[in-house]
Unconditional design. Sequence first.
Length: 568
Amino acid sequence: MDLRSPANDQFFHFIQGGGEMGALTRAFDWSATAIGPPEQWQQSLRTTLGIVLNSAFPMFLFWGDELICFYNDAFRPSLGAEGKHPALGKRGREVWPEIWDFIGPLLGRVMSSGEPVWFEDQLVPFFRNGRVEDIYWTFSYSPVYDDSGKINGVFVTCTETTQKVLMYNRLHDSERRFQNLVTDATVGIIVLMGTDMVVEIVNDAYGQVIDRSREELLDKPFFSVVPETEPHFRNIVEGVMRTGEPLYLYDHPYFVYVNGEKKEGYLNLVYQPYRGDDGRIQGVMVLCQEVTELVLAKLRTEQTVTDRTRELATANRHLQRSNAELAQFAYIASHDLQEPIRKVATFAQLLEGALGETTERQRNYLDKIKNASARMMLLIRDVLTFSQLSRDTDLVRETDLGVVLDNVVDDLELLIDQKHATVSYENLPVVEAVPLQMSQLFGNLISNALKFTRADRDPVIRITAKLLDRQELRSYPMLDTRCAYHHLQVSDNGIGFDQSYAEQIFEIFQRLHGKKDFEGTGIGLAMCKKILQNHHGLIFATSGEGEGATFHMLIPENQSCFADSSIL
């Protein structure tokens, strides 16, 4: 056998004096061991040692019946502060007697069965730094075959994971203590993580507040379990996550549905940002305490004759002041604002007549003055109309919406004919409402549909109505379940709008298109929203660009059920 082959050059350099192995060949009597002197070693031993001794990964080898040990420099940091251990060239049982009861059977199993073994984060006490230390290892034991094909050793790769395990144990203990603290707390605690607000931690005290078990809540998006809380609760949680500022709410009203029944009460709440290990906000921790009985007792105490009289007097003063301000505004809008605009329009017309022949630039300037004056007059009238929308119950009466639509369509007959539009409706309900405001509502919506039309098709406007059943009503937690509601829809086949603007279009003076593209003041839909609010209803819109739009209105059949409450 040629011991000077290129594959063994590096190994022979090692045993002849390069590194610790060379020192051992000079100081240790290999002939006294079962493996004999290096020049008699089998090719399989030399090859395996070449891998072990030249690897940058911690490795060592047990060889022969006496399990002689070899290790490489990468294993040295695990040997202790001095980086030395009497292992090289010694029997395994002599080197690690403190752990031989553990590793001895493993070595025997690998050598007898030929099956490798692998452990992760295994606790193996280890003698180093003058004492036995608890050390965690991730390692594998693999069989090594000699030149005759017989298993004659075990090849070991290993890495120390003590710091990782200790850190994990500390985190685990800390988390367990925190979990126990949360579980045993008498106040309700819940932790919501991420934009989906997944419930990561919740205790029984919180579950009792909303009548849900911990199992129903854990690891689920909160609003998939308690959807009725989303309209108000999501905005609060997102605000705390965005600003990083805690929020405190006292005697705060809440409601949830339990088996179809509305449960209402009051809570003291703390919303606290929940930060991850990197310090960034990952969620929100909510602490709550049920204070319903305390709040109700306080409210009952406050409902005395003196308090009621004081409230009525205050309300009367506010009403008188509001009426005076409204009257002043109406006067300003109808006279002080309109009169100058009328003069601008009149003098622009006189100027145009006085000029006679005009240049294109002069005509352009005059057109701009006249158009701006007309828009201003329309804006003033719309603002005045918006300000005069009231909730005066003296004006509420039974109103046939079919008759209202007849009148609106009759008023818009000329525009409908010009647009070649079709307006259809039938079986509209009779509701308690202010007739004039219902006319303004449908007038604005139909005018809106006639305005935003497509050039390639005739406008088609359809108005439908249906009575919401109990199941559908529960889909709108902002509505009062004591009342019956009609779902009215005004649909068109116009240009539609991007659904992301579905809320913005109901804000006053908000426009999605330039004033040169479509006329209007941006008040019409804001008026519709205020009219529905006046009637304890709701309006929202659905659409897709180029696919038309549908305006949904939820209006109660009777206003009498709101006689003792305000808009929620």
